[in-house]
Design a protein around this ligand. Structure first.
Ligand SMILES: [Zn+2]
Length: 387
């Protein structure tokens, strides 16, 4: 690969988008990134993690400098599949620029954000300015799966090396529709539940000989949603339980089915611990007096990062570069930041999420440039030499 001009985030973002890194295939994306980071002085190491099927996939651990303060930039190189390619107005992996926009899968989520961060470091080094302390760039290869195996392998590597971070900046697209809108200072947790009721199959004309599980399932589901889970709090919207599937699998009218199942997903705020939430749901179900089977799985608990140097530095830089005062948000789904929340303050700021996971995913070149400037200012503020 010819040496990219890293002072501009565009060429690196394009090279990464041209690697169709749909998990678990990295398609050379992390190699492109490591080849960009090494000339800047980063020491790059591939950290393998395993898929659910036991197959290896790569993640990148890159570090520049030594000693503190130590900022960790967290991102992911995997992208969701392009879906129907014919629905795209540009090839999703060609990384074309059209009318001032970089088009392609991963442009917003989040290869553009990674490229902006690399450029911010390149610009500081290019000026010959001192950059005391350390910068780690940790890139997971499986964020979109929600499993977090990559992020956990990176954290384990850091702990084996005895590394500690002062801050973790996550480059996920944190702004709903314009740059500067939101810093994410926390995330909700997610709980998935699968609820089953067993009955006895029978003819609908002879219900006394059967035991219909469907009305029981409906009553149980109603007990889950009849009352709000909480009222929300200063930083979080109310927790929300969505019933996402109700299944009987019965194609005919005159048969009472033997079992009925439903699935639900709860996005919960800091009013609940995973344990407390599960107890609340179990209580609501058992108060019906009905028999049921329930499996629950927690994917990340809610967390909130208190105001501190990273969030202040980000807010100041965002205001200066974009002229917009960002709100401190906790909305949306979870990110790999949840694996870092107990290790250091975690704040997320990146591009615009609007087109992420959609056809014609894109990033405005102007936003890429502004994001690079925001990251540069944050690095200068946090890692500047002591006066
Ligand atoms: Zn993402």
């Amino acid at each position: 690969m010819t040496r990219l001009n890293l002072l501009d985030p565009l060429p690196l973002a394009q090279e990464m988008i041209r690697c169709p890194s749909v998990y678990p295939d990295d398609a050379g994306c992390l190699e492109v990134l490591a080849e960009a980071l090494e000339p800047l002085g980063f020491d790059c190491q591939t950290i393998l993690a395993q898929t659910a099927e036991g197959r290896d996939f790569p993640n990148l651990y890159a570090k520049l400098g030594s000693g503190g303060p130590h900022l960790c930039f967290l991102g992911h190189s995997d992208v969701v599949p392009p879906g129907d390619r014919d629905a795209w107005s540009a090839d999703p992996f060609a990384a074309e620029v059209r009318e001032g926009r970089l088009m392609g899968r991963g442009a917003a989520d989040m290869k553009g954000g990674i490229a902006a961060f690399v450029s911010s470091v390149a610009r500081i080094l290019d000026r010959g300015d001192a950059l005391p302390g350390s910068i780690s760039v940790l890139i997971a290869g499986d964020e979109e799966t929600g499993r977090g195996a990559g992020a956990q392998a990176l954290v384990a590597e850091a702990q084996a090396r005895g590394e500690a971070w002062d801050w973790c900046l996550v480059g996920e697209p944190s702004n709903p529709d314009h740059l500067g809108q939101a810093l994410k200072i926390g995330r909700r947790g997610s709980l998935c539940g699968s609820l089953k009721v067993n009955g006895v199959q029978g003819h609908s004309a002879y219900p006394e000989k059967a035991n219909n599980p469907v009305p029981k399932l409906l009553r149980l589901l109603n007990s889950l949603i009849a009352q709000p889970l909480d009222q929300g709090n200063e930083r979080f919207q109310p927790s929300d339980l969505q019933i996402t599937s109700v299944d009987v699998g019965n194609p005919v009218f005159n048969l009472i089915p033997a079992r009925a199942e439903a699935r639900f997903n709860v996005r919960f705020n800091s009013e609940h611990s995973p344990q407390g939430l599960q107890e609340l749901l179990l209580k609501r179900l058992s108060d019906t007096g009905l028999a049921y089977e329930l499996d629950m799985e927690v994917h990340g608990e809610a967390y909130l990062t208190q105001e501190g140097r990273l969030s202040r530095a980000l807010r100041k830089a965002v205001e200066q570069v974009t002229g917009v005062t960002p709100e401190l948000s906790t909305g949306g789904g979870f990110s790999d930041g949840r694996f870092f929340k107990d290790l250091c303050p975690v704040v997320e700021f990146g591009l615009i999420s609007q087109s992420a996971h959609q056809v014609d995913e894109r990033a405005d070149l102007e936003d890429l440039e502004k994001l690079t400037q925001v990251y540069e200012q944050v690095l200068r503020e946090l890692l500047s030499p002591a006066p």
